[in-house]
Write a protein that binds this ligand. Structure first.
Ligand SMILES: CC(C)(COP(=O)(O)OP(=O)(O)OC[C@H]1O[C@@H](n2cnc3c(N)ncnc32)[C@H](O)[C@@H]1OP(=O)(O)O)[C@@H](O)C(=O)NCCC(=O)NCCS
Length: 361
């Protein structure tokens, strides 16, 4: 029987993470991701997802050092980016850079290759952001952690502790999320015994779509539409829903209750001491939208998803909306890599079936 969008179809066994859509719980290797986001660094959680265990202090030092060493942009990528048209989006530039790495990778993929990509993503993104605006890229600072270094490369400044905590929480909470479209794409490509960069190019292509990684930009637009309208917010939202518009930042294929990542991010933002006025507006609007969705789409169980508060984090950090989806990739490259490594360890090529409805002539 056809399952549109493969809804409910099990395509793999995994020990990496579990998304419990009914209870609103996300596990990374058995640990509650919301707790990890408040207590662990990017490096610790990335290590956990790749290796299956939280790092010892020696593991962590070695892993952090490897990330720092590998985050220096190779000359070949710098030359490549200089040859690209400025009009290319960050996602296209990132995918092109990853694609150019293919010649060095083989089957089966290795953790060293994965760490190389995890380390390079922030550098590639920040280089393209700066370069395409004709700005110089800051000199790498080996004293900064993975997350702080990304912020520094993008903005030229070091984050305040509250900003660092918010960005870390966002990146940890979005590292892994089960069999979403981009992760599935990565596993499908990898299942042909193709190399890691090719699998990641597939994932990046899937992530670029507005129904997946592109959502935070839509959330900001939604918030702007509501804030700048002369009519009251409920009227504006009803008009959108009457026109059949989807409200970005709400609904999820798996979560039929609150997305735990959204709740965790809201908590971190509330504690972080940032602009609480903006946050309160977002919380108020969330309640209104949830009420309206229950009225317009009864029984669909549409709640806030991670993208809604991701937009608030990006706003609090004053990150440009064009950087949202690439920033999502800075974290999700960890999950993609872990899945590709897992797929390769027990591989069978994906080859689903179809129902022919074209008739015979
Ligand atoms: C995430 C999403 C793609 C999940 O899609 P899905 O599981 O295929 O669910 P559907 O699109 O079939 O939605 C089921 C119903 O709820 C409606 N719906 C789902 N999300 C909605 C939203 N954000 N606003 C308004 N209506 C929505 C659909 O129109 C559909 O209505 P219908 O039954 O009358 O046709 C979808 O909820 C969406 O597009 N949300 C907005 C984009 C977003 O926030 N993406 C980030 C996800 S982390």
């Amino acid at each position: 029987m056809l399952k549109r969008g493969l809804e409910g179809v099990i395509v793999a066994e995994t020990a990496i993470g579990d998304v419990d859509g009914q209870r609103g719980q996300l596990l990374y290797r058995g640990y509650n991701a919301a707790n990890l986001a408040e207590t662990k660094s990017f490096e610790e959680v990335a290590f956990l997802l790749l290796y299956g265990e939280l790092p010892t202090s020696e593991d962590l030092s070695a892993f952090s050092a490897e990330l720092k060493e590998k985050r220096i942009l190779p000359k070949s990528l710098e030359t490549l980016m200089h040859s690209l048209p400025y009009s290319l989006s960050i996602m296209d530039a990132l995918r092109t850079c990853v694609s150019s790495l293919n010649s060095t990778a083989t089957w089966p993929p290795t953790k060293a290759e994965a760490i190389q990509l995890i380390a390079l993503f922030p550098t590639i993104i920040a280089f393209w952001v700066r370069h395409s605006k004709g700005e110089a890229v800051p000199t790498p600072d080996p004293t900064l952690s993975h997350v702080d270094h990304y912020f520094y490369l993008l903005t030229g400044g070091k984050p305040e502790p509250a900003q660092s905590a918010a960005l870390t929480a966002y990146l940890v909470l979005t590292m892994e999320h089960g069999m979403n479209a981009s992760t599935f794409a990565a596993r499908v490509v990898s299942s042909t015994e193709s190399d890691l960069p090719s699998a990641i190019c597939g994932a990046l292509g899937a992530m670029k779509g507005p129904l997946h990684g592109g959502a935070p930009t839509g959330v900001l637009q939604l918030l702007k539409d509501v804030q700048t309208a002369s009519d009251d917010p409920e009227f504006v939202l009803r008009k959108k829903l009457d026109a059949g518009e989807k409200l970005m930042g709400f609904g999820h294929r798996v979560y039929k209750t609150y997305d735990p990542r959204a709740v965790a991010l809201r908590n971190v933002l509330q504690k972080s001491g940032g602009d609480q006025h903006v946050l309160q507006d977002a919380v108020h609007l969330e309640a209104l939208i949830t009420k309206l969705l229950a009225e317009y789409k009864p029984g669909r169980k549409l709640h806030v998803n991670v993208e809604y508060y991701a937009a608030a984090v990006m706003d609090a950090l004053a990150l440009d909306s064009d950087w949202f989806t690439p920033t999502f990739c800075v974290s999700r490259i960890v999950g993609w890599s872990a899945h590709v490594l897992e797929q390769a360890a027990d591989n069978r090529i994906f080859r689903p079936s179809q129902t022919y409805v074209g008739g015979v002539r």
